[in-house]
Structure formats: structure tokens, C-alpha cells
Design a protein around this ligand. Structure first.
Ligand SMILES: [Mn+2]
Length: 270
């Protein structure tokens, strides 16, 4: 059995078909890990969602920020954005089933030395801390709509509570949500999340550090499998497999076979 992690699909249904053909997956044995952001920006979110749901036990899907944005849109909790391409999902006859399925996805998933999240970890977290934080947020997502709407309404916050500060329960959840779904760089001095910088880590302004290179990073014995950071692109090293190669923006869609790091890639345009 092999596990293939696929980067942010974001509605890129046609490239996904070519990628799956390239992998030549064995449907009876192999499994897929999808790093989240199945939807939005690209043209065919509805097809991707139906496919992912149909995989059942053959796939593990963690939620990304665009997936939670869709959940928020469905509840009227997040405002439409000019770049949204979610109308077909929101108007679909099976929308309720798809959204219920999406709301039941995890925010973190661990097997052996691999820990999958959409964006990354707080440097101060162990793998266990990350999983505990994810479980708390998953409890909210599986609960009543008002709690989900409240959580989704914090998704686009420009600033979030500082790690290490004394936090209320709601603040702790807001910080965990930002880490798991949105983190890229931190202020190296204060540890605060800097959510506005989306460029390559090598070009980050002085004083910023990528979350995975923070000197305070505690968990170094797991390989974090993630996406979310298109400008970071594909990075494979013992403690990180980053898979977002910006398919919706015309670059590529990538899969990485976890046990040996083999890379499978297709261009966005055939
Ligand atoms: Mn993302």
C-alpha cells in the first residue's frame, strides 16, 4: 500500500484527472491524503468535492481555509469575495450532503511519522498539541450552526492572539485555527503570526521566519505534510513535505508518495 499526498486542488478538476492517471493509483490498495483547499479560485470545485466525498475510506482530507470559507458562505458567516468560484457548489442539489461531509473532516491527521495539516503548526506545539487543538475545532465544526458561523467569521482575521499569551477558550481556538489553516511566517522576536506575507520564504522581510524554521519549533520528529503556501511550492525534507504548487494560478498540481518522497506532477494547462 502507498499513500499519496496531493497538494491544494482548488477546483482544478481537469489537472487532477491527469495527475491521477500519472500516479496510476491502485484503487484497491493505495490511499490519498488531500491537504485541504479542495475548492475555490479554480473552475470546478463541485466536481472535486463530489469526487473527494466519493472516495470514502480511500482518502483522508483535512480542511483548508478555502474549505472553511465555503462552509462559512453556506451559513452566511463569511462574505463573498471577488475571487470566489463557489456558486455551483452553493446551488448544487447535493449541497447539504457535501457541506455536511466537509464539516466532518479533520483539521489534522497523523499516521506514524506523518502529520497532515493544511498550513502548518505553531512552533511551540508538539504533534500531540496540534492534534488536541484540531480535535477542539472539529468539535465546534460538528456542532450547531451558530458555533460554526462564529468560527468561520474569524477565518479572515488580520491579527490573531499571540502564542504564549494567556488566552480565553475562544482566543485559543482562534489562534489554533489561524495556525492550522493559514500560517506561513512568524515574527521571529515575538512569535506572533504575520498573516499578511504570502511571498517566498527567501524574500520575507527581515524579522520574519517561516513557521517550520522557527528556532522555537518543538516538534522535529514528525514530517509535517501540508499545502497552503503556493510561493513556497514543493519542499521535501525530513521534517516537511509542502505540496502547494499553485495549480489554480496556472502552475502545477503535485502529489508526493509519502514513504519514498517520489514526486508526481502535472502542469495546470495540458
Ligand atoms: Mn490555503
Amino acid at each position: 500500500m502507498a499513500v499519496y499526498a496531493i497538494g491544494d486542488i482548488q477546483g482544478c478538476w481537469e489537472p487532477l484527472q491527469r495527475l491521477l492517471a500519472r500516479i496510476a493509483i491502485d484503487p484497491g490498495r493505495d490511499r490519498l491524503w488531500l491537504v485541504g483547499d479542495l475548492v475555490n479560485r479554480g473552475p470546478a470545485s463541485l466536481e472535486v468535492l463530489r469526487w473527494a466525498r466519493g472516495l470514502g475510506e480511500r482518502a483522508v482530507v483535512v480542511l483548508g481555509n478555502h474549505d472553511l470559507h465555503l462552509i462559512g458562505r453556506s451559513l452566511g458567516a463569511t462574505r463573498p469575495r471577488a475571487s470566489d468560484t463557489l456558486d455551483a457548489v452553493l446551488a448544487a442539489p447535493d449541497r447539504d450532503e457535501l457541506l455536511a461531509w466537509l464539516r466532518a473532516r479533520p483539521l489534522a491527521h497523523r499516521e506514524g511519522r506523518f502529520l497532515m495539516v493544511h498550513a502548518g503548526l505553531l512552533p511551540g506545539w508538539t504533534a500531540r498539541d496540534a492534534l488536541e487543538a484540531a480535535r477542539e475545532l472539529e468539535g465546534v465544526l460538528r456542532g450547531p450552526d451558530p458555533g460554526v458561523a462564529e468560527l468561520a467569521s474569524r477565518l479572515h482575521a488580520r491579527e490573531v492572539p499571540r502564542p504564549g499569551a494567556p488566552l480565553s477558550g475562544a482566543q485559543r481556538r482562534e489562534l489554533a485555527l489561524a495556525a492550522l489553516l493559514r500560517i506561513r511566517c512568524l515574527d521571529a522576536r515575538t512569535g506572533e503570526l504575520v498573516l499578511g506575507y504570502k511571498g517566498p520564504p527567501e524574500e520575507a522581510p527581515d524579522g520574519l521566519v517561516a513557521w517550520y524554521d522557527a528556532p522555537t519549533r518543538r516538534e522535529r520528529d514528525v514530517t509535517v505534510v501540508c499545502g497552503h503556501w503556493a510561493a513556497l511550492g514543493l519542499r521535501i525534507r525530513p521534517d516537511l513535505i509542502a505540496t502547494d504548487t499553485g495549480c489554480w494560478m496556472g502552475r502545477a498540481l503535485t502529489a508526493v508518495r509519502l514513504h519514498d518522497g517520489a514526486v508526481f506532477q502535472v502542469e495546470a494547462a495540458p
